[in-house]
Design a protein around this ligand. Structure first.
Ligand SMILES: [Zn+2]
Length: 102
């Protein structure tokens, strides 16, 4: 029997009787030259990203820094999936519902 554990609450799931939900997140630096006027304070950071990108063209593509691009994958149980879609970024002030923990 295959067991999965939820990446949020850590609970073991029964793969045969429970739905498992997969969350895929892509986090990458918004590197848009047209938006430079708005982000003066981020210029050093953009420069840094640019240097990383330049280096990564020469080096192995898989070595792109996690600061620039990151792909994440999580397995969620049904309860955590419900919570996740309501509050994907984990913002605290949106907890207006009282989630009862079983
Ligand atoms: Zn869970």
């Amino acid at each position: 029997m295959i067991h999965f554990s939820c990446d949020l609450c850590g609970r073991e799931m029964d793969a045969e009787n429970e739905l498992r939900f997969v969350v895929k997140l892509e986090v990458y630096a918004a590197y848009d030259p047209l938006a430079q006027d708005d982000v003066d304070e981020d210029r050093d950071h953009l420069q840094e990203i640019h240097e990383i990108l330049e280096r990564s063209e020469v080096a192995d593509c898989a070595e792109i820094g996690e600061d620039v691009y990151q792909q994440l994958r999580f397995d969620l149980c049904p309860e955590c999936r419900k919570r996740f879609v309501k509050n994907p970024l984990g913002r605290k002030h949106t907890e207006q519902f009282d989630f009862s923990q079983n």
